[in-house]
Design a protein around this ligand. Structure first.
Ligand SMILES: Cc1ncc(C[n+]2csc(CCOP(=O)(O)OP(=O)(O)O)c2C)c(N)n1
Length: 336
C-alpha cells in the first residue's frame, strides 16, 4: 500500500482560507451584479479546491490557457487578488488596477502582461504566464496546443536557447489548460487532444466537470455521460504513445494533491500530454448572473450539490484527519 502523505498544517490552513476567500468573492460578486453595480458576472465557486491544488505545480515560465472559472487558480498562483478581481468585475479600464484585461474583455477573463511599460519583452521565464481568456468556449484549446508545442520546439532547438532566453529555459516549460465538461463536446477539444497525442507535447489539462453546460446536463451533451470513457482510446499503451489520463473527485483535497503531483511531474519530465478529469464539482450559484439554476436543476440535484461542495468537504476532511479543529477553521473565515 502507498505510504500516506503527511500534510503540513500551515499549508492546509492557508489553502482552506484562500478557498473561503475566493468563495466569498463569488458570493459578493453576484450580489454586486444583481444590485446593479456591475453588468455581468461569472464566478469560480464550486471549483476552488482543485484549482488551489493544481496551482501548487504551476512554475515560473509555464503558461496557462484556461477559462472564466479559474479565479481561484489565478489567486493561488499569485496572479490575481481581491482588488484585481473586483476591478475586473466593474470593468475598470486602468491597467494598474485591472492588469488582466483593462476592461476590454468580459470579467473573469484572465491574462498576464508579456510586455513592460516601454513595450519591451519581459523575461517570461521568471514569471508565471497566462494567455488572455477568450469567450468562445473551447477556444482556449488550440492555443494550449500551440503553447505546448512551443516548449517542444525550444527543447529540441539548442541553437535557439540563447536568443530566446526570455521565453524559455531549454524548453522545460509546460502548458496548463482548463476546460468545462460541456465544452469538451466541441471540435476544438477533440482536435487538440488528438494533435497533442500525435505531437507528444507537454499539456496539463484539467476538465472541471460540474455536470452542466449552463442548463444542459451531461446526458444531452456527452456520450455515456463520461468524458474519461470517451478519452480511453487516446491513452498511451505499451505499443504507441498517446495521452495520460487521470481522474479524481474534485472535493477530495488529498487525492487531488496526489494526482496533480504525479501527473504534472510526468508531463514536465516526459513532455507528454496529461489530462485530469476532475469529477463531482458543483456550481453553488449556478452558471452566471444571467440565470438561476433553481429553475432547471431538480431539488435532489441541488441537495446533492450542497452535499458535494468542495469547501465543506475539505473542512470535514481537515477535522477528521485532526489537522485542525472546527474553532481554528472558523477563525480563518474572512467573513461571516
Ligand atoms: C463556442 C461557444 N458556444 C457557446 C457559448 C455559450 N456558453 C458560454 S459558457 C457555456 C457553457 C459551458 O459549460 P462548461 O464547459 O461545462 O463550463 P462551466 O461553465 O460549467 O464551468 C456556453 C454554452 C460560448 N461562449 N461559446
Amino acid at each position: 500500500m502507498a505510504k500516506k502523505r503527511t500534510f503540513s498544517k500551515e499549508e492546509v490552513l492557508k489553502d482552506y482560507k484562500l478557498a473561503n476567500e475566493s468563495r466569498q468573492v463569488s458570493l459578493l460578486g453576484r450580489r454586486e451584479v444583481l444590485g446593479g453595480k456591475a453588468n455581468f458576472g461569472l464566478f469560480g465557486d464550486g471549483k476552488e479546491i482543485p484549482q488551489i491544488v493544481k496551482a501548487k505545480f504551476f512554475q515560473n515560465g509555464d503558461w496557462r490557457s484556461g477559462y472564466y472559472r479559474d479565479q481561484t487558480f489565478m489567486m493561488a498562483a499569485g496572479l490575481s487578488n481581491l482588488d484585481i478581481f473586483f476591478a475586473q468585475l466593474y470593468g475598470d479600464t486602468d491597467l494598474t488596477r485591472n492588469p488582466d484585461n483593462g476592461g476590454r474583455l468580459m470579467n473573469s477573463h484572465f491574462a498576464t502582461r508579456s510586455l513592460d511599460e516601454k513595450g519591451e519583452w519581459k523575461d517570461l521565464t521568471k514569471q508565471k504566464n497566462s494567455s488572455g481568456d477568450i469567450s468562445p468556449t473551447a477556444g482556449q484549446m488550440p492555443r494550449l496546443l500551440g503553447l505546448a508545442l512551443a516548449s517542444k520546439v525550444f527543447r529540441n532547438s539548442p541553437e535557439m536557447w540563447e536568443s530566446a532566453r526570455k521565453f524559455t529555459v531549454k524548453g522545460n516549460e509546460i502548458a496548463f489548460g482548463m476546460i468545462g465538461d460541456a465544452s469538451t463536446s466541441e471540435g476544438h477539444f477533440f482536435e487538440t487532444i488528438n494533435a497533442a497525442g500525435v505531437l507528444q507535447v507537454p499539456i496539463a489539462l484539467s476538465i472541471w466537470d460540474d455536470g452542466y453546460g449552463i442548463s444542459v446536463p451531461k446526458k444531452y451533451q456527452t456520450t455515456k455521460e463520461d468524458i474519461s470513457e470517451l478519452l480511453k482510446g487516446f491513452v498511451a499503451d505499451d505499443k504507441m504513445p498517446g495521452i495520460r489520463l487521470y481522474s479524481c473527485m474534485g472535493w477530495d483535497y488529498a487525492a487531488l494533491y496526489e494526482m496533480y503531483e504525479e501527473g504534472i511531474a510526468v508531463c514536465r519530465k516526459e513532455m507528454v500530454p496529461v489530462v485530469f478529469h476532475v469529477r463531482e464539482l458543483t456550481q453553488p450559484q449556478g452558471h452566471s448572473t444571467s440565470g438561476s439554476h433553481e429553475r432547471y436543476k431538480s431539488v435532489e440535484r441541488l441537495a446533492w450539490e450542497r452535499d458535494h461542495d468542495c469547501i465543506p468537504r475539505m473542512r470535514k476532511w481537515i477535522i477528521k484527519e485532526k489537522i485542525a479543529t472546527s474553532e481554528e477553521l472558523d477563525a480563518l473565515k474572512p467573513m461571516r
